[in-house]
Design a protein around this ligand. Sequence first.
Ligand code: FPP
Length: 246
Amino acid sequence: MSYKDQIDLQRLPRHVAVIMDGNGRWAKGKGKLRVFGHHNGVLSVRDVVEGAGILGIEYLTLYTFSAENWSRPTFEVNAIMELLISTINKEINKLMENNVRLNAIGDLEQLPAKCHRELKNAIDRTSGNTGLVLTLALSYSSRREIVNAAKALALKVRSGELKPEDIDENTFEDNLYTGGMPNPELLIRTSGEYRISNYLLWQIAYAELYFTTKLWPDFRREDLYEAILDYQKRERRFGMTSEQVN
Ligand code: FPP
């Protein structure tokens, strides 16, 4: 039986977050430039997005480019930005066909103007879709996101819109880039690295973590399904005892 057939559709994670890692090593292992790995990583993105939509996952959030990634060689940064633009343009019709709503989080102003513009156009075009919400984390830093939320709250307090005593976890959460989205129940990281790398630090407080040694360009929807099956075998206790949960 395939992994997909074993999944209990009544107990799907609503939100799956992914750290797509290992493109560079994948390419290097084949004697190619790192950029070749990113190009092949797009094929994995396409397959996983389609697989998540078919299964009925509501939110898929992909760590596409971190704020720290700006320090990579200019050639590689430019290639990723070009790839982003060409992928959005190539995939937009498919996203419409599959009812996917595109979204982005991060310091988007930092993106090259063309990239920002094309991204915004694609987000606008898909804004009426009601299926999977595909969020790309771009120029993203979770610590910066948290600091920005604190600043936004401070401004609301200063303007009298909010009282300090009214700030709680919900108001804080609403001021993150992900405000309005459920928190991820499952976080997947590929490539055998066991780190969070400044990704969704607040949002993954109770997420189940799943690590695989597969490099991102080798990761396909069946691997996503395997991760979801593993997630369904775990007992999520949220600080309670096993007896209470059962
Ligand atoms: C991590 O591998 C991957 C990235 C920093 C870029 C991710 C980008 C893509 C998959 C392509 C663009 C995506 C979309 C949605 C259009 P790495 O380079 O850090 O690999 P390494 O750890 O082996 O060096």
